[in-house]
Design a binder for this molecule. Sequence first.
Ligand SMILES: Nc1ncnc2c1ncn2[C@@H]1O[C@H](COP(=O)(O)OP(=O)(O)OP(=O)(O)O)[C@@H](O)[C@H]1O
Length: 317
Amino acid sequence: MTVVSPLVSVQDLSVSFPSRGRHPAFIAVNGVSFDIAQGETLGLVGQSGSGKTTTGRAVLQLQKISSGSVKLRGRELTTMPAGELRRTRRHMQFVQQNPYSSLHPRMTIAQTLMEPLIVHQAVPKARYRERVAELLELVSMDPAVMDRYPHAFSGGQRQRIVIARALAVNPKFVVCDEPVSALDVRTQAQIVALLHSLQERLKLSYLFIAHDLAIVREVCHKVAVMYRGEIVEKGDVSQVYDNPSHPYTQILFDSAPVLDPALQRRQLQMTPPDPSVLVAGRQDEACAFGEIHAETGTVPWHEISPGHGVSCRYRPA
Ligand SMILES: Nc1ncnc2c1ncn2[C@@H]1O[C@H](COP(=O)(O)OP(=O)(O)OP(=O)(O)O)[C@@H](O)[C@H]1O
């Protein structure tokens, strides 16, 4: 039998911040372990300060670790020489929470998207603008906007540009740190749907850090629950959500806003502000990632994939 090794493997990862003044050293991440297979999304949930972002940064080697192992395709990153690590960075990228602060206001979109191409010498110089156009198309934006500055774009469009920048050098692994929490609900659904379709097309693996438990259920295959720097529970999303075994997970889920069950059972009837809006919603046990039909205002059944989550991100008719 062939054993397929995970794309990302994290073992016993710990991060402490050194003591400062009268503050003692602080262990922010303590003995965290998880694997992420190719094409898989692991959700990382937990209350504020539980160590999610520090874990994500440590996995990407953007944060110094105290101990533990992080492997990408079986290669140890924590002891990798600096030059090799720099080259390996193209395979793992970061999408951060705030699309308003993660784009340089004085750089055009083309300059922003060219930056990783230059750093990693990913394509010949003559192909830079062509590649920028491809990237904008990849995130469903018009390449004609490439010479504009970030202020010309909405939060959702900026997050598309941030995602395009992360994908510029064809990574296989992306850490998404609260990628939709700064956006309004309708835009959140569009970005979630975009991340989902990019994953399918490019076979990406995500570490998806989020507060919103409904979104995690929608987009993740597996979930790990963090509490005070430790993973207290992990497993398939349905298993952890339906039968949380750790008391902290139960409290976390109990304190999440509960959707009206009657609303959950409704047909996916939409009143979209525009017919091309992408939605993610639930009908019985199914979750939709699709375009709303312009005339009927519903998501066609063939675009509804079973087995996902619980979120209702649409406006009922
Ligand atoms: N550079 C730092 N120096 C000292 N302590 C830090 C540093 N960065 C983070 N921490 C602390 O480590 C803990 C974990 O922070 P982290 O940002 O990883 O949590 P989080 O779960 O991502 O929280 P949030 O959901 O609010 O982003 C917090 O107590 C935080 O104050």
